[in-house]
Design a protein around this ligand. Structure first.
Ligand SMILES: CC(C)(COP(=O)(O)OP(=O)(O)OC[C@H]1O[C@@H](n2cnc3c(N)ncnc32)[C@H](O)[C@@H]1OP(=O)(O)O)[C@@H](O)C(=O)NCCC(=O)NCCS
Length: 186
């Protein structure tokens, strides 16, 4: 299923939120009870995909600024990250965007919408950026880590492997390079 079948809109203070259920109470409640407060407090911006015909919210995601930081206990991971960055630009932190929430309605799941949303975010942060942003991060529900792995996210650490959520990241630079190569090949 293609995202272009749906309306895309940033959530505003006055947006009427159409019915949504992703089978996860916390994620449902965030959309209806918290997302506008986060917006008002400049803590996260939420975006909606809406099926106007069916009068339903198809999916939503919220984004906030983040950073990827050096952890002395995770030297080998940090070396792996640093190897991707040219010597003169190596730092102890790198600019990132966090997916604070991402959920697809149970009426529309398993149709490629989650993947299309991640692609949408990857494109949004590699084209016409207003600020530098090297990584996407997410505190993935343990039950959803497989979804992020299929979309080329990596784990930061093994320390959280038994936790309810796991910190994961995606490096935007190889994605951007692949976009450039694809354009050149056309
Ligand atoms: C997880 C979620 C966002 C996935 O969205 P979706 O639209 O159903 O996923 P897609 O159809 O785009 O799936 C893309 C691929 O990931 C796989 N996948 C989807 N959900 C998965 C999961 N929970 N675990 C492992 N793999 C998963 C699909 O099988 C598909 O694999 P394929 O390319 O081999 O066919 C959605 O199911 C959801 O909102 N779940 C409830 C809330 C949640 O867990 N959100 C994540 C918070 S971190």
């Amino acid at each position: 299923m293609n995202l272009s079948s749906f309306d895309f809109l940033p959530l505003g203070e006055d947006t009427e939120i159409l019915p949504f259920d992703c089978n996860d109470t916390d994620l449902n409640n965030f959309l209806f009870d918290d997302a506008k407060n986060y917006l008002g407090d400049l803590m996260a911006v939420t975006y909606l995909f809406v099926d106007r015909q069916a009068q339903k919210t198809v999916a939503y995601f919220s984004l906030l600024n983040d950073k990827v930081s050096y952890d002395p206990e995770e030297r080998s991971l940090w070396n792996r990250i640093n190897r991707r960055i040219s010597n003169n630009k190596r730092r102890k932190t790198y600019p990132s965007v966090k997916i604070g929430r991402l959920a697809v309605s149970k009426d529309y799941d398993n149709k490629g919408i989650g993947r299309a949303i991640l692609d949408f975010i990857k494109h949004a942060f590699t084209n016409g950026n207003r600020t530098g942003c090297r990584f996407i991060t997410v505190d993935a529900y343990a039950k959803a880590t497989g979804f992020y792995i299929k979309n080329n996210f990596d784990f930061f650490t093994e320390k959280d492997r038994k936790d309810a959520t796991r910190l994961m990241f995606f490096d935007l630079k190889p994605f951007k390079d692949a976009q450039i190569r694809a354009k050149q090949a056309c």
